[in-house]
Design a protein around this ligand. Structure first.
Ligand code: 3HC
Length: 674
């Protein structure tokens, strides 16, 4: 039984125990209803406490039930039954009271929480809204401004903040929640009228709503759920509770059966699945990582170092020249100072993090570290030399990782006598910000090395995905056909603005040419500056290296505001003539087909080759590494919604070689996502 009751004198304590996070699945909802009925039917019960066993108060509705036939009793009925109780109900909150859990709490008459607890309505992150009266009760308890922040953004708030906002009535002792809740219940047992959130008055606040919408317009671009959440709060301010709830229900159902919520729920589970490594037992013994070494103090090395410093892991960072080392160290401090200036870090935390950093010019200083991450120039001979030296220097059992973006990790591993300890850890730039980490599994990489890397990723708050060895691994390998096609499209008649606009309208943060200008048009070109094989080389050869030169695929002013470049149009025209490329009118749809269908096609090849464990891992890579819009669920999920047959037809129309796996799925009416 996931819900049990116990008597503490005249208080009925209801305890839910549904590991791991006390999701409000059907048996829990049934148990809660039964418990409230039990209290109602027992004259000796004067008040009720609802609490949860395990690590948290209810963390929400059971997401695995979504999209399936509903099971009675539904959550809105359960919370209404709780609120209707004629005996006061106290919610005793620890861990995270999220979504439906928060709604159970605010339908209860009183709330007591431990200081470490958090409350929130993250439904918007699943493309939903709090559908059990949350959008109507929350503004009545906390006011319009706080409610909007909570429902439309979905970030949880601390117990202290919730108390300040009027959501929580009292803070309990960290270790005495149940006793404090029972005492609270006795105190309020005879208070009448019983305070019910749904009965509280609420005034319209159009200014708060307008200000909120304006501030967050950019953040909400493309998403359906934030607007629906806002609309529900607006409704709460304009209509009686019952009408508001009706409106909330309609909006909830609309979102629930829409593509965006399906996509966002897919990503919720995809992210969790990504941490599971096929063929490796859950209980494999991990190697301790108490000290990390990083080779290279450039942008990448410095950013990687910050991840560990922020997580409290000491880092030794090695450079070849003192000035490069000093520059790297100064950049790390500057980045931390900037974070502190924004109020996201305390000055003493900056000092603490910097105190864990040991800069050195001596590779031998890595003799005692548990993990080395090499982040130097992308050149195989350089990497092999470093790994051979690390092999001689590092203690047995140390994990040796390369941050290479493209190179063969197996070849790098062969430079050592311990290839089982070698793997790729591919961070994305800026490495202290981007959430994605590709963990590249070499042929010889030991199971415990992979499992340790996965656990470490969690510690430094990355979302990690296992990738096999191939050129560009998962993300960059799929990026390549997109880049190639984008350049060809320019020669055939599209403009950089058109190609970028199509990608931005699709939901990407920027298009391929905006990205090239930001990252550097000259990347990879310096190795052979005489080479002009494509349009990108032609721009690089003219010094149009991107934003840093105020000239790339666009022209930039001193504030880096882009404008269309007549010179680029000339270069395109020259190159087109030189290559004899015929022009035609390029439609937006053609751009989608040639840049995004090809990307999906490459994803299917990666999957067929076993270079990704599952299609959802590919989606995770694109969401967290390349800004693919989460409401489209990643490229493989999007392919399913677009229709695999349509994608195959599009690829064939443009003469691409279609992945056999993609073709097979299309022919059999299959899907990439479950
Ligand atoms: N339903 C079903 N399963 C859930 C779940 C939920 N609401 N929340 C978490 N889980 C599962 C996870 O899938 C995971 O399963 P796995 O072990 O098989 O992979 C397991 O519980 C543990 O989850 P995490 O690995 O995420 O554990 P953490 O300790 O890192 O995080 C958490 C805990 C903060 C609760 C996090 O799981 C979370 O954010 N959960 C989702 C919360 C949420 O979105 N709630 C709203 C649901 S929608 C709703 O309530 C609608 C209502 O308004 C009508």
């Amino acid at each position: 039984m996931p819900v049990t009751t116990e008597r503490h004198g005249d208080v009925l304590v209801v305890i839910a125990d549904n590991p791991p996070v006390n999701a409000l699945s059907a048996p829990v909802r049934k148990g809660l209803t039964a418990a409230i009925e039990e209290a109602a039917g027992d004259g000796s019960v004067r008040a009720v406490v609802i609490a949860c066993a395990g690590r948290t108060f209810f963390a929400g509705a059971d997401i695995t039930e979504f999209g399936k036939p509903p099971i009675e009793p539904m959550l809105p009925e359960v919370v209404d039954r709780i609120e209707a109780s004629d005996k006061p109900v106290v919610a005793a909150i620890h861990g995270t009271a999220l979504g439906g859990g928060c709604e159970v709490a605010i339908a209860s008459h009183y709330r007591i929480a431990v200081p470490s607890a958090k409350l929130g309505t993250p439904e918007v992150k699943l493309g939903l809204l709090p559908g059990a009266g949350g959008t109507q009760r929350l503004p009545r308890l906390a006011g319009v401004a706080v409610a909007l922040e909570m429902v439309a953004k979905g970030d949880p708030i601390s117990a202290a903040k919730a108390k300040q906002a009027g959501i929580v009535d009292r803070l309990a002792g960290e270790d005495s929640l149940l006793a404090d809740a029972i005492a609270f219940a006795r105190e309020v047992a005879d208070v009448r009228p019983i305070p019910r959130a749904s009965e509280r008055p609420l005034s319209p606040d159009p200014e708060a709503i307008a200000a909120f919408e304006k501030t967050n317009a950019r953040r909400f671009r493309g998403f359906e759920a934030p607007a629906a959440n806002i609309a529900c709060v607006v409704k709460a301010t304009e209509t009686p509770y019952a009408e508001g709830v009706e409106f909330e229900r309609q909006q909830f159902m609309k979102l629930m059966f829409g593509v965006q919520s399906a996509a966002q729920r897919h990503i919720f589970f995809a992210e969790r699945k990504a941490s599971k490594i096929d063929g490796i037992a859950d209980d494999v013994k991990l190697r301790p990582i108490d000290r990390v070494g990083i080779i290279g103090a450039g942008t990448m090395g410095g950013g990687i170092a910050m991840n560990f410093l922020s997580a409290g892991v000491p880092v030794t960072i090695v450079e070849m020249q003192q000035d490069a080392l000093d520059r790297g160290t100064a950049t790390i401090r500057k980045n931390y100072d900037a974070t502190a200036a924004k109020g996201r870090m305390k000055p003493e935390q900056v000092d603490q993090a910097m105190g864990l950093l040991t800069p050195t010019l001596d590779l031998n200083a890595l003799a005692d570290v548990d993990l080395v991450i090499e982040a130097v120039y992308e050149e195989m001979s350089v990497k092999q030399d470093i790994f051979a030296r690390l092999d001689a220097i590092c203690k047995p059992g140390a994990i040796l990782a390369s941050n290479t973006s493209y190179l063969d990790v197996n070849v790098i591993a062969q430079a050592t006598k311990r290839p089982e300890d070698v793997l790729g850890l591919h961070f994305f730039s800026p490495a202290n910000v981007m959430k994605l980490l590709e963990i590249v599994r070499g042929d010889a990489t030991a199971d415990d090395v992979l499992a340790t890397a996965m656990a470490l990723a969690k510690k430094i708050r990355k979302v990690a995905v296992i990738a096999g060895v191939c050129h560009g691994f998962i993300g960059n390998r799929m990026l390549e056909p997109r880049q190639v096609e984008a350049l060809k499209l320019l020669l055939e008649g599209a403009t950089p603005e058109q190609v970028d606009r199509v990608h931005v309208e699709f939901g990407m943060p920027m298009g391929p040419f905006q990205m090239a200008d930001l990252a550097g048009v000259d990347i990879g070109w310096h190795r052979d500056p005489n080479r002009i094989e494509n349009l990108r080389d032609a721009l690089a050869a003219e010094g149009r290296w991107g934003q840093k030169k105020q000239a790339g695929f666009y022209d930039y002013d001193a504030k880096r505001t882009p404008s269309n470049s007549p010179r680029v149009a000339e270069i395109i025209e020259d190159f087109r003539k030189k290559t004899n490329t015929p022009q035609h009118e390029v439609t937006d749809q053609e751009i989608i087909e040639r840049t995004l269908y090809t990307l999906v096609n490459e994803g299917a090849k990666i999957l067929a080759e076993g270079k990704a464990q599952r299609a959802s891992d590919i989606d995770v890579v694109w969401i967290y590494g390349y800004g693919w819009p989460v409401y489209r669920g990643g490229p493989m999920f999007w392919a399913d919604t677009e229709g695999l047959k349509k994608i195959v037809e599009g690829l064939e129309r443009h003469g691409f070689e279609v992945s056999p796996l993609l073709r097979e799925k299309a022919e059999q009416g299959g899907r990439f996502s479950a």
